[in-house]
Design a protein around this ligand. Sequence first.
Ligand SMILES: *[C@@H]1O[C@H](CO)[C@@H](O)[C@H](O)[C@H]1NC(C)=O
Ligand SMILES: *[C@@H]1O[C@H](CO)[C@@H](O)[C@H](O)[C@H]1NC(C)=O
Length: 486
Amino acid sequence: MFALIKTMCHPKEFFKPGFRRMTGSKMILLWVVLLLFSAMCKADEGDDVDPCDEASFECPKPNGNFADPCECRRFFICNSYVPTKILCPARLLWDDRKKECTYANEAECGPVEVEEIDEEKEKIEEAPKCDPELCQLPYCLCSKNGDDPPMDPESIPQFILLMIDGAVNTNNFDYYESLLNNTDQAEEKRLKATFFIQNEYCNYYMVERLYTEGHEIALSSVTGENLQRANVSVWRNEFSSLRDILVKFSNVSPEDILGVRAPRLKPGYNEQYQALIEEGFIWDSSVSTLALDPPVWPYTLDYKIPHDCRVKSCPTKSFPGLWELPLNSHFVGDDTGGQCPFVDQCVFSFQSSDDVFGWLKEDFLRHYETNRSPYLLSLHTNWFLTKSQDEGLHKFVDWARTQDDVFFVTATEFLLWLTDENLGQGSKTSYKTPPLLTERKLSCNTPNSCELPHTESNGVESLRYMKTCRDCPQVYPWLKDLGEQN
Ligand SMILES: *[C@@H]1O[C@H](CO)[C@@H](O)[C@H](O)[C@H]1NC(C)=O
Ligand SMILES: *[C@@H]1O[C@H](CO)[C@@H](O)[C@H](O)[C@H]1NC(C)=O
C-alpha cells in the first residue's frame, strides 16, 4: 500500500543524503518537498538508489522541467525521459509549482508532486485482472480474454439485443413499429428492443408507446453533446435529468430505467462510471471492441476490461457489480462493409436486401456458432433510410425468429436471465421472453402537443415541439433547473 510520509526537515539537512524514510513500496522515487523554509519529505524504502546522484534522476513525465529533489537551485529539463541538469542563475532558486527560477524568498523548493501523486493513486486504484475464482455469478462475471461463456454454449439460448439510439419521433417511429411488429407472435417469442433516448426532438408520447409495448427505455443524454471528458457532476446531471424527463413525460417507472449508453459511443473514462454508481444504474453499454472472433461476453466492471477499447476512454478502475454490455464490432470474413459497432456505420452501398441479410447473418453466426455471446444489434434511424438495409434487417429478423433457440430480449431481460439463480438448468430452447407487464398502460390516446420556448446552447431563443400525455411544461425540458416551472 502506498503511504505518503511527510517529514518536516531542516533546510540544511535537505542537501544531505540519507534521511530516507521507510514505506512499503518498491518503485516510488524519493521525493523531497521543501515548503516555504521547511522541507516536507516523503521517501521510500527498499531500493538504495541515491536520489542526489544525477544519473539516478528519473523524469516523472516524458517532457517538461522538473525540480532536482536534492538541490533547490537545480532542475532538470526532460526530453523524451532524458534529463539534462540545469542551474538557476545566481541567487535564484527553482520553483517547481511556477516552473521557473525565482527569488529565494519566493521559491517553493523541491518537486511539487500533485499530478504524480494523482497518477500513482490512479495506478493503485486500477482494476486488477480477472480472478475467476473470486468472480462468480450472479454478482460478477469475467474471463481472461473476455470470451469464455459462463457455461456450455450448447445450453445457452442465443439472445439478440436490438438496440436503437437517438430521439424517437415521426421520422423513425413507423420504421421501429414495423420492425418490432408482434401482431402474429406468441407471447414468449415477442420481439423486444432497447431504446437509448436522446432528449432533443424526442416525442415522449411515442416513447411511452414503446415502453408499454414491452421495450426497454434506457438513456443516452439530454444535450447529445460529446461527454467524453466531462466530470462526474456533468454525467450525473445528464443522466438524472433525462431519467426525470422520461418519468415525467413518458410515464416510465423510474425502476425500469436501469441502463445507459454514452452519447456518440464515447465512454467518459472513470467519471462516467462513477456517475452511474452514484445514480444507481445497473448496466452500461458504451464500450466498443475491435473486430473479435469469438466475440466478447458481457462482464462486470469488477476487473480490468479484457479487450482493447475501440474508443480509448474506457474506465480503468474497478466498479464492482456494474454490468458492461460491450458492442462487439460487426464485420464479415472478407471485410465488405468494414467494421462497425453500430451497423449503420458499415457501408452497404450497391447491395441488395439479400446481400444485407446475408451480411447480418454471417456476422450473427460468429456469436451463434461459437460462445453465444448476446448479439447486440445497435443502430440509429439512419439505417432505415436505405430501403435495402431496412428490408435486409426485416429478413434477418424474420429468419432469426424462426430459430427455436434465438430470442429478442431487452438488455435488462438478458441480465435477468444471466443472473438467475437457476441459470443453466433450462435448455437453450426452453427460454421464454418475459410477458408484457399489465401495469404498463398507455396513459392517453391523444397526447398534448406542446410548443415550448428553449434557449439554445449559443443563447439563441427558439421554439421546440414535444408530445406527451402529461400537461405541457412551460419551457422545453432540459438539464436540471430548467423545464421545472409547471
Ligand atoms: C403488423 O403486422 C400485421 C400483419 O401481421 C399488419 O396487419 C400490421 O399492419 C403490421 N403493423 C405495422 C405497424 O407494421
Ligand atoms: C464539472 O464541469 C462543469 C462544466 O465544465 C463545471 O462547471 C463544474 O464546476 C465541474 N464540477 C466539478 C465538481 O469539478
